[in-house]
Design a protein around this ligand. Structure first.
Ligand code: FMN
Length: 176
């Protein structure tokens, strides 16, 4: 069975992006799902002095190994001021110090959601442009706007968005 790692690009304990990522992974069939939480990989803020003095932290290596062991990645990014959350960017920078193309060409379903009407489309666009330079293989993407209107009791309630996500999950699944 194909192994997929699933996480939100957020350190919020109530992350709506983690919730969306878990929901999307539940639409895939015959996959072994491993849900990660950035809070379980706490890391010092990346800095060249930190790296020179203390090396790459064990948690960064652990996260890297989770990514390398995956046949597929489901990631939903939180948008903070139009960009990555600090928590995600920090892991991202540590990963890039272990291996520049750390996404390893692994098929990725990339998503974003936010309570606002643009559904994290700025951060999604940043990631879509940037990840391919780092070994990213985005095979499908999806943005869910107005999370609290469109996602209720653990699932997407708007049929149009639900169908769109099902299409994205199916493209992801076919790429595994
Ligand atoms: C510092 C900060 C900046 C934010 N900037 C944006 C933004 O640029 N666009 C947006 O749609 N939502 C923005 N939000 C709202 C987030 O989308 C919202 O907090 C969401 O829950 C974050 O996802 P998460 O729950 O997965 O962490 C911001 C929130 C914070 C705390």
């Amino acid at each position: 069975m194909k192994k997929i790692v699933v996480f939100g690009g957020s350190n919020s304990k109530k992350s709506i992006n983690k919730e969306l990522a878990v929901y999307a992974s539940g639409l895939a069939q015959n996959v072994e799902v491993s849900v990660l939480d950035l809070n379980e990989f706490s890391l010092p803020i990346y800095g060249i002095d930190e790296e020179t003095e203390n090396g790459v932290p064990k948690n960064a290596q652990n996260f890297f190994e989770k990514l390398q062991g995956a046949d597929g990645i489901v990631l939903s990014l939180a948008e903070h001021n139009g960009n990555f959350s600090v928590a995600f960017k920090n892991v991202f920078d540590w990963m890039s110090r272990i291996e520049q193309k750390f996404w390893n060409n692994t098929p990725m379903l990339l998503m974003a959601t936010s309570p606002g009407g643009r559904g994290g489309s700025s951060v999604l666009s940043i990631a879509k442009n940037g990840f391919p330079h780092m070994g990213g293989n985005i095979v499908a993407d999806f943005s869910l706007p107005s999370f609290y209107d469109n996602f209720k009791d653990g699932s997407i309630v708007n049929e149009e968005f639900k169908d769109q996500l099902k299409g994205a999950v199916s493209a992801f699944q076919n790429a595994l």
